[in-house]
Design a protein around this ligand. Sequence first.
Ligand SMILES: *[C@@H]1O[C@H](CO)[C@@H](O)[C@H](O)[C@H]1NC(C)=O
Ligand SMILES: *[C@@H]1O[C@H](CO)[C@@H](O)[C@H](O)[C@H]1NC(C)=O
Ligand SMILES: *[C@@H]1O[C@H](CO)[C@@H](O)[C@H](O)[C@H]1NC(C)=O
Ligand SMILES: *[C@@H]1O[C@H](CO)[C@@H](O)[C@H](O)[C@H]1NC(C)=O
Ligand SMILES: *[C@@H]1O[C@H](CO)[C@@H](O)[C@H](O)[C@H]1NC(C)=O
Ligand SMILES: *[C@@H]1O[C@H](CO)[C@@H](O)[C@H](O)[C@H]1NC(C)=O
Ligand SMILES: *[C@@H]1O[C@H](CO)[C@@H](O)[C@H](O)[C@H]1NC(C)=O
Ligand SMILES: *[C@@H]1O[C@H](CO)[C@@H](O)[C@H](O)[C@H]1NC(C)=O
Ligand SMILES: CC(=O)N[C@H]1CO[C@H](CO)[C@@H](O)[C@@H]1O
Length: 504
Amino acid sequence: MVFIILILLLGGSQSQGCQPYGVRLFLGHYFSYLRNSQDLIRVVFNTEKECKDQFILELVDNKLGHKLMISQITYYDTQLLNMTQIYEKNETTHFTYETFIHTFKVGLNNIDLNASTTYDYTIISKQNQILSGPHRFDIPWAESEQKMIVFGDMDSNWVQNYSKDTFDWLENQVKADKRYDTVLFTGDMAYDLESKNCQQGDNWLRNLSVFTSRYPFMAAPGNHDWGNNTYFDFFRANFGSLFLKEYNTQHYLNDFFSFDVGMVHFIQFNPIKAVYQNDIYNITPLIVEQMRNDLIQANYNREKVPWIIVYTHYPIYCAVPKNDQCINNFKYLSAFEDMLVEFKVDLYLSGHVHTYQRNKPYYKNTTAKYIQKDNIISQYQYPVQIIEGAGGTDYGEQNSTYPDSPFMEIQNPNHGVGIITVKNSTHLYFEHITVADNKVIDSIWLDRSSDKTKTTTRDGFEVAMWVIFSVLIVITGVSIYYKSNQGKKLKSKLLEETVTMVVT
Ligand SMILES: *[C@@H]1O[C@H](CO)[C@@H](O)[C@H](O)[C@H]1NC(C)=O
Ligand SMILES: *[C@@H]1O[C@H](CO)[C@@H](O)[C@H](O)[C@H]1NC(C)=O
Ligand SMILES: *[C@@H]1O[C@H](CO)[C@@H](O)[C@H](O)[C@H]1NC(C)=O
Ligand SMILES: *[C@@H]1O[C@H](CO)[C@@H](O)[C@H](O)[C@H]1NC(C)=O
Ligand SMILES: *[C@@H]1O[C@H](CO)[C@@H](O)[C@H](O)[C@H]1NC(C)=O
Ligand SMILES: *[C@@H]1O[C@H](CO)[C@@H](O)[C@H](O)[C@H]1NC(C)=O
Ligand SMILES: *[C@@H]1O[C@H](CO)[C@@H](O)[C@H](O)[C@H]1NC(C)=O
Ligand SMILES: *[C@@H]1O[C@H](CO)[C@@H](O)[C@H](O)[C@H]1NC(C)=O
Ligand SMILES: CC(=O)N[C@H]1CO[C@H](CO)[C@@H](O)[C@@H]1O
């Protein structure tokens, strides 16, 4: 009798802790250089209890309505994040927090991309009960246009409700079934992820699935994501999308990853130790090396994937007065900035400063060469740098502008997000939207069409010089040809005269 009640109790509490929360999508290693066809897109969620093998992922092909049941036929894994254990030996910091992270990987063998790239998915129990969904994902497959949302520095505390407009805006995108290939998050979540015994991070997970269950969430780690021991435990367990296990050493915490979406190669790097000048284990050169190797490959592949966008939490140029990073990041990050120029990176996106700010192409603290006509930027040898740090946070000033700076083109502290639209191999469109009123307050085009045909990549003066030079060459050539022909014809007769002519 007692035995049966015990089983019932256990069974009851088990299923109680088995409600999925924090449903989120990540692009898998199919999009990284590993090109792993078994890891196209990941569906990840948390449960309070272990609940191992209790879930089935049901996929429905949006075009044909074919139903696929994914459980054993695909990768499924449950991982415990035991913060209690991570901090139990720390004298100053103690957490009591456990969560179980479930990962399904959808592979090419599970779906038919020829039929459809849009799938509805539902997390159901072994007893066929719907636990979460239906949600929807798009596989970034289209060879045509790609679209990405970019923002950062956002919490879900809602003391001042500063992130509410951003959440609402994102929710409206989902409700309107807008297609975006991915969300690039420029760092700093929940202020902080591990605060209040990780409850802050746990709430953030619960709240963000409004949009992460629809759009793959590719996050850069920020300084508010690193936890009390500075090891990013919560971040990496919950958001460690494309990190490579072999790079995860005690001090090198997977600070780099990259992936391709259509026509764009994305690079994320985490230079936290460089910008806070506490790189006691000399980690930064390892990131530089990994990034250099990656950029070499990306440049080989540039015909197919013409755009390169680098994102991170930290800006190279910002305008917060007396802020060490705003004064010195161009020095602290110079090894990275040099690579942006060497490999002709198109865009550099960051967060950290709680504002929207678009900078001119800038290099080593001075204006760099580029051409701008209306809002079209072309012939830039240095990337356009944009700060997207206005996701909305109770932490710090939210509504002030910083002093104008020589690199600054526009600044706006109202909460907002950026949208990148890659039109084709020569045109990329960027716009910034304030979320409260859904208004585009800034937009630019990056135009690379003149990069290919050399004659049009010059400015007016250069073009004129080239034209004059070419005309001179042609005149010289023609006259030499004419003279030599003439010379041949009248060889013996006019030899003396020709020689005289050339000499005079
Ligand atoms: C988490 O770690 C604590 C401390 O080591 C331990 O007591 C607890 O049993 C662990 N939880 C699980 C689910 O393993
Ligand atoms: C994290 O560290 C700070 C300062 O060292 C401390 O005030 C805080 O209580 C710690 N958090 C936890 C959950 O122990
Ligand atoms: C999809 O189409 C390609 C050719 O366009 C073909 O090689 C491939 O086998 C098709 N895949 C499926 C799953 O039908
Ligand atoms: C924040 O939003 C909640 C829910 O809509 C509301 O109850 C609360 O009063 C708001 N707080 C502020 C400071 O506006
Ligand atoms: C323990 O926590 C403190 C901050 O509270 C941190 O400075 C220290 O690095 C932590 N130690 C370990 C071993 O994680
Ligand atoms: C960088 O440029 C700013 C503005 O032009 C100037 O005030 C500052 O001194 C420069 N920093 C260095 C280290 O040259
Ligand atoms: C900025 O926000 C603070 C509160 O954080 C408020 O006191 C101040 O009035 C705001 N300023 C403007 C210009 O909105
Ligand atoms: C690329 O897109 C731009 C902007 O939509 C357009 O003007 C241009 O003609 C396109 N180029 C090609 C080759 O399709
Ligand atoms: C703003 C908001 O919706 N916050 C919610 C985040 O998630 C926690 C836990 O579910 C809720 O308590 C908050 O209300």
